[in-house]
Design a protein around this ligand. Structure first.
Ligand code: ATP
Ligand code: MG
Ligand code: MG
Ligand code: MG
Length: 561
């Protein structure tokens, strides 16, 4: 490709509204442009990287026996009503109406659609298992779209769905997908960690998230320094134990969030990162009051809190009991019922929730909250966050924290969707049973941003060769010089013939400008044709190490391999 005719609008300065490196570099390297919050165009350079990532995903999915299909992005409301998610998804579901006033959604995920297809096309265990995938644009009206491609409202996902007649068959597929994901992210050049994750909102069983390690990651991973144990902190649970006001706890962390009005104030008071606090629940575990702080984007009423944390031990109390314990008027305590789950919040807690997530009684379903009395959390709270240095729940080693970007997730769904949608098969004994399902997602566009978070330096992106937009960046340092231009043209043609993807900077720009752009867009190998063109000598620079060598043209193809 000749750079002269490539749409590659690079920027010198760091854009003001981009907070993190991958967002800044993708804007500066002319890869993306925003048209609305969380909605981006992928310009040609980004498109090539997306293609590379998609190819890796396709190869690994095909190798694992999955079949590609394409489902619609526009879904009729009726389908989502069958599973109840038309209501449950709340604000995250992008909704629209057609000219006849019929309701539709833009697909955030495709369990409903795929289950409807399988329900209509498979009726015997003999046709199972099957695993189907697509790579497609997804829509989610995220509460806080941010960080460029890391959290968009329109983004690229690979989603796969497997269907089975037996739990053993699902276990096999899950393992296959888990292994395929490990290969996908390794091939994409990511340093990552699979972690045990929370299956709360979807209501399935086993699930792992694949976390690309990066400081900007919104997820906190709690892992053991002596074993493979690693869990999303949502699973490892951040908790505050309730203690009665008259209980003296030596190591109690006092916290006064009663007057905190902003997320910053609360996170400072609690010494935890702002984005780790989204929801606060006061629940009773084994007769002990525990204030559970959860992060994540679940709607509160979706949380069933059936984590390992509780393992059946959670007891959701009546308002009057809590009032007793807190010596607070019942009117200050709001029992919250959703899906049979009662969540109790006294007004101090809900004030904290309000301060933390900008929620109001309405969207968090708190009732009976008054603010006229001055309760403070430090009257009865003993903070016990899982901290670094705590013993690991696996029994081996101590807990360490790391930040991660969720680039993928594998999930044993079980029969939640097939039961709700009546997707059944006849089993070996001629008995009707619901299909057993798994689902598996890769954030394709998010993966590109995660790669940049891990592969850059002060001058720009440093693409791992497997996902680089081009293999070689060929530069003519002085395009007015005939010898240089001629040699460059020759090399451009011959390198392409040898099988390299070449970006050829044939622009009438100064060498300095070309070098800067070249470092910024980060193609692994740079070939500069300069002063020694007449002697048939060019300069090769390895973007990653910065190593520069002079190479005779005759040896060039060999050196670049
Ligand atoms: P998150 O916890 O970050 O909101 P999620 O758990 O809601 O992600 P999934 O439903 O598991 O996401 O979707 C599969 C994959 O799609 C995720 O692992 C992630 O890589 C990607 N993804 C999800 N939401 C977004 C988004 N808003 N922008 C970009 N990629 C996303
Ligand atoms: Mg989400
Ligand atoms: Mg998640
Ligand atoms: Mg997920």
């Amino acid at each position: 490709m000749r750079q002269r005719s490539l749409l590659l609008p690079t920027l010198r300065d760091v854009p003001a509204d981009a907070d993190i490196i991958s967002h800044q570099l993708m804007l500066r390297a002319g890869m993306i442009r925003q048209i609305a919050a969380g909605v981006y165009s992928y310009l040609p350079l980004a498109k090539r990287v997306l293609h590379k990532v998609e190819s890796i995903v396709r190869e690994e999915m095909d190798a694992a026996g999955a079949q590609e299909l394409t489902m619609p992005t526009m879904h009729p409301a009726e389908l989502w009503q069958e599973t109840g998610r038309w209501d449950k998804m709340g604000g995250e579901l992008m909704r629209l109406k057609d000219r006849h006033d019929r309701d539709f959604a833009l697909g955030p995920t495709h369990e409903e659609v795929i289950t409807s297809i399988l329900r209509d096309s498979i009726s015997s265990y003999k046709k199972l298992p099957v695993n189907l995938y697509q790579i497609q644009t997804k829509f989610r009206d995220e509460r806080r779209p941010r960080f460029g491609l890391l959290r968009g409202r329109e983004f690229m996902m690979k989603d796969a769905y497997s269907f089975h007649a037996t739990p053993e068959s699902l276990d096999e597929a899950y393992k296959e997908m888990y292994d395929a994901y490990s290969r996908i992210f390794s091939r994409a050049g990511l340093t990552f960690r699979p972690v045990i994750a929370d299956s709360g909102a979807i209501g399935g069983k086993d699930t792992h998230e694949f976390m690309a390690l990066a400081d900007v990651g919104e997820d906190t991973i709690a892992y053991s320094d002596e074993s493979d144990y690693a869990a999303n902190i949502e699973m490892a649970a951040v908790k505050i134990n309730y203690v009665k006001p008259d209980v003296e706890a030596e190591d109690r962390t006092k916290v006064d969030t009663g007057s905190a009005k902003t997320i910053e104030e609360v996170s400072t008071a609690l010494s935890i990162r702002e984005d780790q606090i989204i929801k606060t629940l006061l629940v009773s575990i084994d007769e002990e009051w525990v204030l559970v702080l959860l992060r994540g984007d679940h709607e509160l009423n979706d949380i069933k809190l059936k984590h390992e944390l509780s393992a059946g031990a959670i007891r959701f109390a009546e308002a009057s009991e809590v009032a007793d314990i807190l010596s607070a008027p019942v009117g200050n305590i709001g029992p919250v019922g959703a899906d049979g789950v009662k969540i109790i919040a006294d007004h101090a807690v809900s004030a904290m929730v309000n301060a933390v997530c900008g929620a109001n009684e309405e969207n968090y379903h708190f009732t009976g909250v008054t603010a006229d009395r001055d309760f403070k959390v430090d009257q009865y709270a003993d903070l016990r966050f899982i901290k670094e240095g705590d013993p690991s729940p696996c029994g081996k080693g101590t807990i360490r924290f790391a930040q991660g970007i969720e680039v993928g997730q594998v999930f044993k769904l079980g029969t939640v969707y097939s039961e709700a949608m009546n997707a059944t098969i006849l089993d070996e004994n001629g008995k009707t049973q619901p299909m057993i399902m798994g689902c598996y997602g890769v954030g394709v566009s998010r993966t590109v941003a995660a790669i940049i978070e891990q592969h850059h330096d002060e001058n720009g992106i440093v693409w791992p060769p497997s996902v680089a937009p081009y293999d070689v960046h060929l530069l003519t340092l002085n395009s007015k010089n005939a010898e240089q231009s001629e040699l460059s043209e020759e090399l451009y043609q011959s390198l392409k013939k040898t099988g390299f993807d070449v970006l050829y900077d044939d622009r009438p720009e100064r060498a300095g400008v070309k070098f800067k752009d070249s470092d910024l867009i980060g193609i692994p190998l740079r070939v500069s044709v300069g002063k020694r063109a007449a002697e048939g000598i060019v300069e090769v620079k390895i973007r990653k190490s910065g190593e520069v060598i002079e190479v005779a043209v005759a040896d060039l193809a060999e050196v670049l391999k």
